[in-house]
Design a protein around this ligand. Structure first.
Ligand code: MG
Length: 190
């Protein structure tokens, strides 16, 4: 029984938009190093500069990335079904607010990078589960990236992959669009 659904934001609630290669090149993040890990390791001054650059990319995406097909409908339908929802993102609170404003929906909980160690660490996922009063085994995390998968796994939460063009990630449970998520949840209850 699924009682709670956690959703990633960038590339899940919104269509993939950020040119991650361009962003990494601008900040100078070496290949294979997570962006925030690199930024946090920079000396003071350079760290703030890199963070501002990252925030500019993120805010631009928050304002302009098309909302994913079926995102609003899914969230509203889950609420009607009594399934609690949370947004779990490595992005900032500011960007979350921009996207939620556009979406015209407020999930029951919102966890952003200000709230703890970011994905792939399980912290934000665990906090979301706790905030929703759910148990990990009754919770489904929906995301498009490897960090979502790893964070969900480490938190003991089931994971559903939203397949995105050009991502080579594979997972036994996956959908091609958010419109399919509801059907999958309903089927799993039977
Ligand atoms: Mg994502």
């Amino acid at each position: 029984m699924i009682r709670a659904v956690l959703l990633d934001m960038d590339g899940t609630i919104t269509e993939p938009y950020i040119d991650w290669k361009g962003l990494r090149d601008e900040i100078g993040v070496p290949e294979g190093v997570p962006i925030m890990e690199y930024i946090n390791g920079l000396p003071e001054g350079r760290r703030e500069e890199a963070l501002r650059a990252l925030e500019a990319w993120e805010e631009e995406a928050a304002r302009n990335a098309p909302l994913a097909e079926g995102a609003g409908e899914l969230l509203k339908e889950l609420r009607t079904m009594g399934v609690r929802t949370a947004l779990v993102t490595n992005s900032s609170r500011i960007c979350v607010e921009i996207v939620l404003e556009r979406l015209r929906f407020r999930p029951d909980a919102v966890l952003s990078r200000e709230d703890g160690r970011i994905k792939p660490a399980p912290d934000l996922v665990k906090k979301a589960v706790a905030a929703l009063g759910a148990r990990p085994e009754e919770t489904l995390m929906v995301g498009d990236g490897i960090y979502d998968l790893e964070a969900a796994r480490a938190a003991g939460v089931r994971f559903l992959l939203l397949r995105r063009l050009g991502y080579r990630l594979e997972h036994e449970l996956s959908v091609g669009s958010l419109s399919e998520v509801l059907r999958l949840i309903i089927i799993s209850e039977k």
